[in-house]
Design a protein around this ligand. Structure first.
Ligand SMILES: [Zn+2]
Length: 412
């Protein structure tokens, strides 16, 4: 997590792991509540490369001293010092868009400008997009839920939860920041604003400006894929700020999901590798893993820590850290709600759900919507006591692209 980018006290990953250091609230009155904000989405940072394509025509490249029309495709390489697009080399900010129609970079389809700005502090570049919040949301909802299998009420609930989360980041990171969110699961999945299904565009439009409030305050409205029967309290499960609207609730909307209950066998040598990665630089020698014992268990069944007994001693490890370390070895523990059963060739994890388990269960929202629940019922079920308020209804005053002048560098 780049702490210089987002609020320094929060680490967020909504779907895959959910690492939290803090949950907080912010008053919508901290900013102009009637104005739809322009937000910045960080797509890539550091040193990276990729391809820009458009099927509908040419690419328009724009920088402080000039502009040029390029054919498609174009390759770009961002190094510590320079950015190369095609055969042109840059040291300052650059932006690009299709002359007409959408433009594709990686898996995302963009309608407006994408910019590269040198990062004088960390070296390398930041590639991002700035756009109105409602436009950003269509690119989030279409990545977070499948329009072909999720009913309108679930898409609408997702739009409101995602809008609340994004607006919280905007309020707490400051409206003068260039970027407020990552374009991936560190914040929210985002696929760009082009080629978005009409059902998603309609769901976002029907909920325009609507956010969730707890006691009149915006909060970080976490959500996750599948809870497996009961969501995890934000305060109990992760020992973080007590937000009343994110307590544990039961859910049978996801009971038919294949991720509701799962089993995974992991070889002790893979677990040892993961533990060595976690213990690196801490002076702890990890021997052969003999026992894995859940330490404590929340009422939703989530295990916050695992005690590791190995041939050279024992220690406790944070379950979320273990999940991340295992994923880098290609072993995916879908959630922290599991039993651990020793078997002949390893450890059998018998688990429930997918994701951190806090807030709205997306697959459960689908299940309830299929039974006729509307967006308000779904949101009030997963965020008990929440109020829904429309903060803006008319279009924002900003354009869908970045301002005419983009900074030469030195992002905050
Ligand atoms: Zn569920």
């Amino acid at each position: 997590m780049n702490r210089g980018l987002l609020r320094s006290v929060t680490i967020v990953c909504l779907c895959a792991f959910g690492l939290f250091l803090s949950v907080a609230t912010a008053g919508p009155s901290d900013s102009d509540p009637a104005e739809e904000p322009m937000i910045g989405v960080l797509l890539l940072d550091g040193v990276f490369s990729g391809t820009i394509t458009t099927e509908t025509g040419s690419l328009l490249l724009n920088w402080r001293e000039g502009r040029v029309v390029l054919s498609s495709p174009q390759f770009f390489v961002a190094t510590e010092e320079t950015l190369k697009i095609g055969d042109r080399l840059f040291r300052g900010s650059v932006r690009i868009r299709a002359q007409s129609g959408p433009m594709q970079i990686g898996q995302r389809h963009h309608e407006g400008w994408v910019e590269w700005i040198p990062d004088r502090g960390l070296g390398g570049w930041k590639m991002g997009e700035r756009l109105l919040l409602e436009r950003y949301l269509i690119g989030v909802v279409s990545k977070e839920m499948s329009a072909s299998s999720f009913p309108a009420a679930a898409l609408e609930a997702q739009a409101i939860a995602a809008r609340t989360f994004a607006y919280f980041q905007y309020l707490t990171s400051g409206d003068s920041r260039r970027y407020h969110l990552y374009g991936d699961t560190r914040s929210q999945a985002y696929g760009g604003t082009a080629r978005v299904p009409q059902e998603v565009i309609d769901a976002v439009a029907r909920t325009r400006g609507m956010v969730l409030l707890t006691d009149g305050q915006i909060f970080e409205s976490y959500y996750h894929s599948t809870c497996g029967g009961k969501t995890c309290s934000a305060s109990v499960g992760f020992g973080i700020g007590d937000v009343e609207t994110m307590q544990s609730v039961s859910c049978d909307g996801c009971k038919d999901s294949r991720f509701s209950n799962w089993q995974k066998v992991i070889d002790p040598s893979v677990i040892r590798q993961a533990l060595e990665q976690i213990c690196e630089g801490k002076g702890v020698q990890v021997g052969q893993v003999q026992k894995l014992i859940p330490v404590d268990r929340t009422e939703s069944g989530h295990v916050p820590y695992v005690r590791v007994v190995h041939s050279k001693g024992s220690f406790e490890v944070d379950t979320q850290r273990l999940r991340i370390a295992l994923s880098s070895s290609g072993e995916n523990l879908r959630s922290a709600a599991f039993e651990i059963i020793p078997i002949e060739d390893g450890f059998l994890f018998a688990g429930r759900g997918w994701g951190h388990g806090v807030g709205m269960c997306q697959v459960g929202a689908r299940g309830y919507a299929l039974r006729g629940a509307n967006r308000t019922w779904i949101l009030q079920h997963y965020y008990p006591g929440v109020q829904i308020e429309q903060l803006w209804s008319s279009s924002g005053s900003g354009s869908s692209g970045p301002p005419a002048e983009i900074p030469r560098g030195g992002l905050r």
